[in-house]
Design a protein around this ligand. Structure first.
Ligand SMILES: [Fe+2]
Length: 305
């Protein structure tokens, strides 16, 4: 009772002093700590010993024991051009293998997960699994949000298709409306993480001299929707590129390398195959790129083959 009376006095003091906002911060801090893993571009396929490499990543994640896993897209390689039998077998393989994680897995849709969108595929838009259909059947919604220990996670679908059978990097208007509505229910103090397969922000085009297709074309609209919110981090995949940046005092972005490297044949962009472990402490986070041992195993196997 005394403690309650003391708290009440403190509240009155803050209000008298005109420090209502400060009071809200004082009474509602986030003290939780947790870890989560971000694995992206797994490109699972039965060939090139990919299941061996993915299993090594699963075992490393289980050893680190984060609260949950986020997969950043391109879970399988690939279903854009394929027939139903092959595409089903790839998603089945991923769905089965990912049960090996000892914690929940949140998936993100990637371009290689879009069924039959290329003209080379024997199927077309009349097929019920076309585009997002097969992904949804195996892995669920292509965009959604969830909360964990005071943080709000938003997983976006950064993919559309063109009339001539190619994918585009865009967050469409229906999803943008959903995003704004979703954020209306989130306090402006709540730390937010956005996950997207195709980067919202990247220097890749500048570094390589090839700006085409490496970022979401309407990134500015997505970031405008998040303005005024406590956006901490944008987690990204697609370009198999390891990159970390800070945009003013506003947010940071992290492109998480890849599990598959260059199609399981070696490094891509001289970045070792791996994943990211994030540690959250209150409102702050740190990250570390984890080598799950696939490069050493790949080189060892190639040497004895
Ligand atoms: Fe990829």
């Amino acid at each position: 009772m005394m403690r309650f009376a003391g708290f009440f006095s403190l509240m009155v003091w803050f209000q008298v002093a005109g420090l209502g906002d400060l009071c809200a911060q004082v009474t509602d801090p986030i003290h939780e700590s947790f870890t989560f893993a971000f694995l992206t571009d797994i490109h699972l396929q039965p060939e090139r010993r990919a299941p061996v490499g993915f299993q090594m990543a699963i075992e490393k994640v289980n050893e680190l024991n984060p609260d949950f896993v986020i997969s950043g897209g391109d879970q399988v390689y690939d279903v854009m051009r394929g027939n139903q039998e092959r595409a089903d077998s790839l998603f089945r393989l991923y769905a089965e293998m990912s049960k090996g994680f000892n914690m929940p897995v949140y998936n993100t849709v990637g371009n290689h997960d879009l069924f039959a969108i290329y003209p080379e595929s024997p199927e077309d838009e009349l097929h019920p699994d076309y585009k997002y259909g097969m992904y949804q059947r195996y892995l669920g919604d292509t965009y959604y949000s969830f909360d964990h220990k005071g943080w709000h996670f938003i997983v976006l679908n950064s993919l559309g298709t063109t009339g001539d059978g190619r994918y585009t990097a865009v967050v469409d208007s229906v999803q943008l409306a959903w995003l704004k509505e979703n954020l209306e229910r989130v306090s402006r103090q709540t730390p937010v993480v956005v996950v997207t397969h195709i980067p919202l922000v990247t220097a890749r085009g500048i570094v390589t001299g090839n700006p085409a297709g490496h970022h979401v074309t309407n990134s500015s609209e997505v970031l405008a929707a998040l303005e005024g919110h406590n956006l901490k981090l944008v987690l990204q995949g697609h370009i198999h590129w390891k990159e970390y940046g800070e945009v003013n005092d506003r947010f940071r972005y992290l492109t998480g390398g890849s599990i598959a490297g260059n199609g399981w044949k070696g490094r891509r962009h001289d970045t070792k195959e791996g994943f990211v472990l994030l540690r959250v402490e209150g409102e702050e986070f740190t990250w570390e790129y984890i080598d799950h041992g696939w490069e050493a195993e790949r080189l060892r196997f190639n040497a004895v083959e």
